[in-house]
Write a protein that binds this ligand. Sequence first.
Ligand SMILES: C[S@@+](CC[C@H](N)C(=O)[O-])C[C@H]1O[C@@H](n2cnc3c(N)ncnc32)[C@H](O)[C@@H]1O
Length: 304
Amino acid sequence: MIAFPFFRIMPRAKPPDNVPHVTLHQGLHGRPQWCDGSRLRGTAWASGVHCVFHPPAPETSRLFRMPDTYSQYAHICERFYDLSTDQKSAAGFVLTLLEARAGQRALFVGSMLGVAEHLVAHGLALTVVDHSEEMVELARRRLPGAVVRQADLRSLPFDACFDFVVVIGRVFTHLISEDDLTAGLHACRRAVAHAGVVLVDNYESGKILRTAYFNGAIQVRDERSRIVRRSTTELLTETPLVVRWKASYTGIHEGAPFSFDDTIEQRAWSRDEIHARMSSSGFSVLRQGDNFDDTSFYTLARAV
Ligand SMILES: C[S@@+](CC[C@H](N)C(=O)[O-])C[C@H]1O[C@@H](n2cnc3c(N)ncnc32)[C@H](O)[C@@H]1O
């Protein structure tokens, strides 16, 4: 079923004065619109009418489930990502691929917050979204220079607002069904401005069952935390490639011991599969290649 955005028409003479990094641009149906990173508004200036954009809510997919890990243990996940991936070199990798310049507008989906910090330091006008309220709270504390809000990748509440949309940290792994994947790609396409660029990364079908990140133990530590994650990955279906990943986390964070388990289904793709899905979702694929980790690949594409 095709869902159309719903516009509520309200009388309004001018945009609010307190909106951060406001952008005026040509939006849906040729009406001028502006974005504030927290809500998208459109307006027909001549008649003084103000529209609020409500993206369609995603159909609840049987297969879409957010693990408690990202909410209940968001602070441990954040530390794990910080310590298991060199965030500065990952950010350098992203900036080089995007050829990003200070002042350009970027949407950052998922909570590789260390990478997001480096993008803000580079001068990007960053909007950060995550599905988990707890991750959003951590992002707000950590990224005072960015606009931060809760949103689902499948129904991003933005329309042609950004020069770049960056979905890294393998967020797409949670979009197991074709409907969810398509909704995610279409939402990215809507969010990026004309000729804007999207960078996504995906677990790779030939790697997810083999690499240490998903099979075996990873230990990370610094002066604040010590985390050990032990995981096993079991093949559920080959086409599409879906695995059941079981992980147990133990360690100490700021003096407090913790221990919890996580079991979740995740999807991996081949490069050709993502190339085909992006090409049919309004993108022209520019490049694909190995990612900054050894379990995934990246796809760089331009909105057409
Ligand atoms: C960085 S990815 C991690 C993927 C993988 N499980 C791992 O451990 O490497 C997880 C982040 O993506 C977010 N996320 C997952 N699905 C999402 C969605 N549909 N929309 C927005 N954020 C999402 C989660 O809340 C979490 O902060």
